[in-house]
Design a protein around this ligand. Structure first.
Ligand code: FE
Length: 345
């Protein structure tokens, strides 16, 4: 026992004597993304920088809970989350820190970043997704569902199904609608959507697409990548779903389709700040952008970067809204109050 503790003390003393530069550089990454192509994304970063990545995988809510409970002792350097509603929430809870980067300011459009009060943004979008409308091709005319507004029109009574109104994807969309239409019109619209529901809100986006295909309802909302995933599936049951469903990018004649992001931020108490900064700038590079977006059938955030994704090619190009995603995040508290008032569960 005595010998062991002496040996241990010697090892500890030796480690302390090593100059900092000789110690391995690391990056602690808390990620809500788990895609196969991300492995290559991380391996390429380590190859280019010598920085080893320690990954903690959890869902978005789990990551936020962990950051909060760890507090100032958190080893997290970079946090990957999806949807501006969640990124905005985490920022407002003081879980991130601002990062001023000429690279990110040049590469990532300002509408896809957190607000910048002069110190830099606290989060940056690295891929984009659209919130699209799907409809049953047999029973619904595309003309009747080519705007978000029509989801609340009495002509679509009994046809609409959605996931929970309080899910971040819907909070962000409704926050965008509030920005475009104003508060009173948005609350009236939400009431109309509730009146049009074929059933109470439940399930995830893929469940809504399947409900449209099965005829349980006729019209639904989904993030574009869930549809793209079904389009790329080789399972016969997924192929059958895709055949029955039409897709529309809403509001092409007006303010454009609501677009959201998957994004990254530097954790408030990041112990490896230099690694964190390098990683965020790495994510904005051309090949990292392509890996990041393609891993989840999304579009790169950096304009001009291409992916070879057959489902996205089939969906085609569309007019996206131009309001900052940070604004949709900030509107979520007001939207939630509206949902409570109109009984949107
Ligand atoms: Fe998702």
């Amino acid at each position: 026992m005595k010998i062991l503790s002496t040996a241990l003390a010697a090892v500890v003393a030796l480690a302390a004597a090593l100059p900092a530069a000789a110690q391995e550089k690391v990056l602690n990454l808390y990620s809500a993304r788990h895609y196969q192509t991300d492995e290559a994304l991380y391996a390429n970063f380590t190859k280019a920088t010598g920085i080893r990545i320690n990954r903690v995988d959890a869902d978005d809510a789990g990551i936020l809970a962990r950051l909060k409970s760890e507090g100032a002792a958190s080893p997290a350097d970079v946090v990957l989350l999806v949807d501006a509603a969640r990124l905005w929430n985490a920022e407002s809870q003081g879980l991130f820190q601002p990062f001023k980067s000429a690279v990110l300011e040049q590469r990532i459009p300002a509408t896809l970043r957190g607000a910048d009060a002069g110190q830099g943004s606290q989060w940056f979008g690295f891929s984009t997704r659209g919130r699209v409308i799907v409809y049953n091709k047999l029973n619904v005319r595309k003309d009747d569902v080519d705007t978000y507004e029509e989801l609340g029109d009495p002509k679509n009574k009994g046809k609409v199904c959605t996931r929970s109104g309080s899910h971040p994807y819907n909070l962000s969309l409704f926050g965008a609608v509030m920005q475009h239409l104003g508060e009173p019109a948005t609350e009236t619209w939400l009431k109309g959507v509730v009146n049009n529901m074929a059933r109470a809100p439940k399930g995830g986006d893929t469940d809504q697409i399947k409900a449209v295909a099965s005829g349980e309802c006729q019209i639904a909302l989904t993030n574009s990548y869930y549809l793209a995933r079904l389009m790329r599936s080789s399972l016969p049951e997924d192929r059958a779903v895709v055949e029955k469903v039409g897709v529309v990018f809403p509001n092409q004649a007006t303010w454009g389709t609501h677009v959201n992001i998957a994004g990254a931020a530097i954790a408030r108490h990041s112990p490896n700040l230099d690694s964190a900064r390098q990683f965020l700038e790495y994510l904005a590079g051309d090949s990292a952008q392509a890996y990041f977006a393609d891993g989840n059938n999304e579009w790169p955030a950096v304009p001009g970067v291409k992916t070879a994704n057959p489902a996205l090619a089939a969906l085609g190009s569309f007019k996206a809204e131009t309001i900052p995603v940070a604004v949709t995040g900030a509107n979520q508290a007001k939207v939630q109050q509206m949902l409570d008032r109109v009984g949107y569960k």
